[in-house]
Ligand binder design. Sequence first.
Ligand code: PLP
Length: 301
Amino acid sequence: MISFNFYSPEQKISLPDWQNKSIHVSVKRDDMIHPFISGNKWRKLKFNVEEALAQNKKHLVTFGGAWSNHILATACAGATFGFKTTAFLRSEEGINNPLIAMCRLFGMNLIYINRVDYKDKRFLFNTHFGRDSQAYFIDEGGHGALGSKGCEEIITSLNETYDHIFCACGTGTTVAGVQQAVSESGLKTEVHGIPVLKGGGFIQDEIQKIHPNNKPVTLHTEYHFGGYAKTKPELLQFVEKFVSNTGIMIEPTYTGKLFFAINDLIAKNYFKQDARILIIHTGGLTGFLGMYERFNLDLDQ
Ligand SMILES: *Cc1c(COP(=O)(O)O)cnc(C)c1O
């Protein structure tokens, strides 16, 4: 077992627009887990790191885009727990940005890969590290069964019970673990997912792949704002309003869409009187770093 202490409280919040609604909203502050091994990226890495240690591996090898919260988390986790790290970066040769610079600072080796070659991750791993018995494969975003297992701990560590739990979905690994833990704990909580990609219905299949007998989650597929990392002035305005009213940082790629959706559902009286709602803050600021110029441009109009 690796030891890593962190604090992730359930914090009650309210926005001015919610004053007349009888609902109780809390945020599970997984964004406070660690500044770089943030949110669900730590949850998804935990059992991968333990497995790598158990197998005596010395080198974590993973995959991600140029703004991936996951590669930053892997770079820092590697530095923390004594691994070398490499990421295959889905990006043009030589691209640099603050996230990539931070990964390098944590000692990560980066291999730039074009979109076509990037598709076959196992092939890339085998070509570069097939003969390296110390290399350990971690899928993009920490996707997979070990990742999902770590996300179950979001639920098993809760202090209170809720009627609804929400989280943002990219691959669906996090929501799969959340639903699994809710079922196993015998909770009556309804689990909701907000896909940040267009056509997010595929998340249901991803959940079934990880946990074939799981109850489907409630997906709200209309909050993608045009697709992954796409945004609209409405979303940026909401993010600004939310951050300035709560002191909780969110960003437009994942958590902005999540909180926007909940705010919209509250406005539409989706929830019953006195509903207790928990929103899982999955962390990650790179969505903000990658898009910060958009705030000034769009908000001034
Ligand atoms: C990666 C990420 C997600 C997506 O998690 P999945 O398990 O792939 O669905 C959600 N929120 C944030 C902040 C992320 O960085």
